[in-house]
Design a protein around this ligand. Structure first.
Ligand SMILES: Nc1ncnc2c1ncn2[C@@H]1O[C@H](COP(=O)(O)OP(=O)(O)OP(=O)(O)O)[C@@H](O)[C@H]1O
Ligand SMILES: [Mg+2]
Length: 316
């Protein structure tokens, strides 16, 4: 298969600090700091590289933190095809205190100018000719309309390139009900995102399957609903599957959703069945939960989990 294209419109440098305690209005000295390239599409890129997939990454990067992200991705062997922004890429701070409190400080990220958006659209069209699958992940940057994913899906459909969409809020909603009628091939809402798309509360597994089935019948080939520690449900042309990893000691679940999306792309590259794909997604995302660093998955942990994943075919 041709290479995979990941799109991250609002990447971030994720900074993790540890400290004794954190007091608002005081000087807070940190004990350790660690910086890694983050943002959902960046996480997907890193996981795909760990599994040896050819990946091109695009979106927006600016300033020092932009260069930091590009360098990390290039070191991992991804092709960086980002558009440079005048404003600096955001940094997100996660402050972990010994007393158990975790404080997050999230920057809004750069405002994308019209000219930068035009350059991105040109770059995207060019990349569509080189890639066999597009993965759109995460929030939309400031200055960009929430219907951008709908447009990116339409452009990919014209060139018959399948698209996976993992987003939330309006950009997700508009991305699955596009005016052009083009649909993503796969979406991976979590429980809350599924409720948002459907516009009503969803209680329990039966109602998740009902909602996912509805979206599948609307034309999304694969609807994968993630339920955190409760596992995964997939509704596809091959029926309904449920998968769950038992006995996981989760230490950091950031990037678990991205692990699921990356796993489905890896399964597509390898030509795996729906059952194999959900098993892979469940093992890789559970392995991700067991490590402090997000999107850096110990392959041995994922392999060891493989046979411990419970996969159930519910119908179809
Ligand atoms: N505590 C956990 N124990 C075991 N597996 C987990 C745990 N948390 C997440 N996972 C695995 O990761 C998958 C995705 O997690 P989740 O539903 O939290 O995604 P998400 O809400 O999209 O996360 P994010 O967008 O922050 O990456 C789950 O379906 C499950 O397979
Ligand atoms: Mg998610």
């Amino acid at each position: 298969m041709k290479k995979i294209l990941t799109v991250t419109l609002n990447p971030a440098v994720d900074k993790t600090y540890t400290t004794h305690n954190m007091i608002v209005g005081h000087v807070n000295r940190m004990r350790t700091t660690e910086n890694i390239a983050g943002g959902k599409g960046v996480n997907v890129t890193k996981i795909l590289r760990q599994y040896g997939c050819e990946v091109a990454a695009t979106g927006f990067l600016g300033g020092y933190s932009g260069r930091f992200i590009a360098e990390e991705l290039e070191r991992k062997g991804a092709e960086c095809r980002f558009v440079q922004t005048a404003e600096e890429t955001r940094s997100n701070m996660n402050i972990i205190a010994d007393d158990g409190y975790v404080t997050e400080i999230l920057e809004p990220g750069p405002k994308i100018t019209e000219e930068e958006l035009v350059r991105f659209m040109e770059q995207y069209e060019k990349l569509l000719d080189e890639c066999g699958l597009v993965i759109l992940s995460g929030s939309v940057a400031r200055g960009i309309q929430p219907d951008i994913y709908a447009e990116l899906i339409r452009l990919a459909a014209v060139k018959q390139v399948p698209v996976y969409l993992d987003s939330s809020g309006e950009s997700l909603k508009l991305g699955i009900r596009t005016e052009s009628g083009a649909k993503p091939d796969l979406i991976k809402p979590n429980w809350k995102e599924l409720e948002y798309i459907m516009g009503h509360r969803i209680r329990g597994r039966e109602e998740i399957i009902e909602a996912a089935g509805f979206l599948h019948r609307e034309g999304i080939l694969r609807v994968i609903v993630s339920m955190g520690s409760k596992g995964l449900i997939s509704v596809t042309g091959d029926g309904v599957y449920f998968a769950k990893a038992e006995g996981i000691r989760a230490v950091n679940t950031v990037g678990c959703g991205d692990s699921v999306v990356a796993s489905y792309a890896i399964a597509a590259v390898k030509g795996e069945s729906e059952e194999q794909a959900i098993r892979r997604a469940c093992a890789v995302s559970a392995a991700n939960a067991t490590t402090i660093e997000s999107a850096s998955i110990p392959l041995e942990t994922a392999e060891a989990l493989w046979n411990k994943i419970i996969v159930e075919k519910i119908s179809g």
